[in-house]
Ligand binder design. Structure first.
Ligand SMILES: [Ca+2]
Ligand SMILES: [Ca+2]
Length: 159
């Protein structure tokens, strides 16, 4: 039986309240929820691969349309999770369209980099970055089509 969300939250809050009055120091913390159906969970993040390969700018737009952002891995562990569970290669939110490389996870600047040997080389006026099938980054033409992974935070239940 599926309970309406309102009641489910109510029940969870009630349980927490009971625990709180029992002297639990962790009262008031948020609880990490599960990702929506069809999204894969890694820590407090949810990921989904779109059904078709797209140019970079379209990839960004399509992720925004479904309430998420183009993925921008911040560690080798996150990259490996994505390559093992979603796609071996994919666009990342990283470009030098304005002259210098900018990598962003949503609105947060990302300092982690994992360029392949000799990359980024701006080989054919390449301004957008992918995680390649060997796992390191390469700059490629933004018009190229690559797999798209969108990211959103896992829902947080606040109390
Ligand atoms: Ca470039
Ligand atoms: Ca390149």
């Amino acid at each position: 039986m599926m309970l309406p969300k309102r009641y489910t939250c109510g029940l969870i809050s009630l349980c927490l309240m009971i625990r709180c009055t029992g002297g639990n120091e962790r009262c008031g913390a948020s609880i990490r929820g599960a990702c929506p159906p069809a999204w894969s969970q890694w820590g407090d993040k949810c990921y989904k691969q779109l059904s078709e390969n797209l140019p970079w700018a379209e990839a960004k737009q399509e992720c925004i349309k479904i309430g998420s952002v183009l993925v921008m891995p911040q560690s080798q562990e996150e990259t490996e999770f994505l390559r093992e569970n979603l796609s071996i290669w994919f666009w990342i939110d990283c470009n030098d369209l304005e002259g210098s490389w900018e990598c962003r996870d949503g609105t947060t600047d990302v300092v982690y980099t994992d360029w392949g040997r000799g990359e980024p080389n701006n080989g054919h006026r390449e301004d957008c970055a992918v995680v390649t099938d060997s796992g390191v980054w390469n700059d490629v033409k933004c018009e190229d089509r690559a797999p798209v992974i969108c990211k959103r935070p896992a829902p947080q239940l606040q109390f």
